[in-house]
Design a protein. Structure first.
Length: 347
């Protein structure tokens, strides 16, 4: 996993002390918006492919129901005190997600400033004692007011189950319950990492204009903070890029983009694959530019655009606002609580 070891090459954390060629990288370079945006662009592939993987299964609503499979008990290795006051049995997704996080905690996932658990209260005391501690830079994020610990996974999980899963899946149950929750976990962890990168974006923007943000926060002007950190042009580029990627990755270029005879002649030739992929991108862009209602594929590109426009981007910006308020020594407004979205159009 990226960011779990000092040798990871695409992380903002331990890997940023030294790059792949051994030269030092400063925190200022790590926190530059260009560096952060480059990382976010790479995360788009992770998210889109994870969504495509989940979309192959039916909705399988039973995996999200508390007690849908009876009382599953307590995930092995989790903090038992968390369950003392819990009355409802876990859903299958909760059980698997908690167990996964316990395992990942043991191998140091949540020592990374990029990673945030969905059930931090369930985690054991720390990583396995046999593993050495990772040396992460201490000045990437501010700890003032607990800003660096901002965690919006509660609302992320709720919106994923209530809105996103119905948007990307077909109704019904195909009995692939284990595969379904494993795919869910991959999507959830990718989404969590993406939206919480808002912490790094917020820190970068604060450092570029500390007086401006401090003035707005002191005035309690969350709307002004949101306006100052918003870059509409960049958001439009994200929407366009993610839609094109979804239209491209969700298709079979070797089967649909070139004649069958040519495909048979070229086999697995690298140049042919590249040409077919380029053809798929061009075809996807043409379809989108012509305002076709839907591009046939494994996932509707319009849904991916909607996920970014109405879910990922707004939630990321909520996290940025909360971080900036805490960073400036003030309590965020109640509409920015971690159990809700400040502007919620997802129903």
């Amino acid at each position: 996993m990226k960011g779990w070891s000092p040798n990871a090459s695409t992380s903002l954390s331990a890997s940023t002390v030294t790059d792949t060629e051994g030269s030092k990288v400063t925190t200022a370079e790590v926190l530059s918006l260009d560096s952060i945006r480059s990382t976010l662009v790479r995360q788009e592939e992770t998210i889109i492919f994870a969504i495509i993987e989940r979309a192959q299964y039916r909705r399988n609503s039973i995996v999200y129901e508390n007690g849908g499979f009876g009382d599953l008990g307590i995930p092995l290795g989790s903090n038992a005190e968390f369950f003392e006051s819990r009355k409802e049995p876990l859903s299958f997704l909760e059980y698997m997600l908690m167990g996964t996080e316990v395992l990942h905690c043991g191998v140091r996932r949540y020592t990374s400033p990029e990673e945030h658990a969905f059930f931090p209260e369930c985690l054991p005391a720390g990583p396995l004692g046999a593993l050495p501690l990772l040396d992460y830079p201490t000045d990437l994020l501010s700890t003032i007011g607990g800003a660096s610990s901002t965690n919006f996974n509660e609302i992320l999980l709720k919106k994923y189950k209530d809105w996103m899963v119905p948007a990307i899946t077909k109704k019904g149950d195909d009995e692939q319950h284990g595969s379904t929750v494993l795919a869910d976990i991959v999507v959830l962890q990718a989404l969590s990492r993406r939206v919480h990168y808002g912490l790094f974006v917020a820190e970068s923007k604060y450092r570029s204009d500390p007086e401006g943000y401090q003035r707005l926060v002191d005035a309690g002007d969350a709307y002004g903070v949101m306006g100052l950190l918003t870059n509409s042009l960049v958001e439009e580029r994200v929407l366009r890029r993610s839609t094109i990627k979804a239209a491209t990755y969700g298709r079979e270029p070797l089967m649909t983009q070139l004649p069958e005879q040519k495909a048979a002649e070229c086999g697995g030739d690298v140049s042919f694959v590249a040409a077919a992929a380029a053809s798929a991108v061009a075809s996807a862009m043409e379809a989108l530019d012509n305002n076709q209602p839907s591009v046939q594929g494994k996932v509707d590109p319009a849904i991916i655009e909607e996920i970014y426009r109405d879910f990922i981007i707004p939630l990321t910006k909520d996290i940025e606002v909360v971080y900036l308020f805490l960073r400036c020594g003030r309590v965020p407004p109640p509409e920015y609580a971690p159990d809700r979205m400040s502007v919620d159009v997802l129903h």
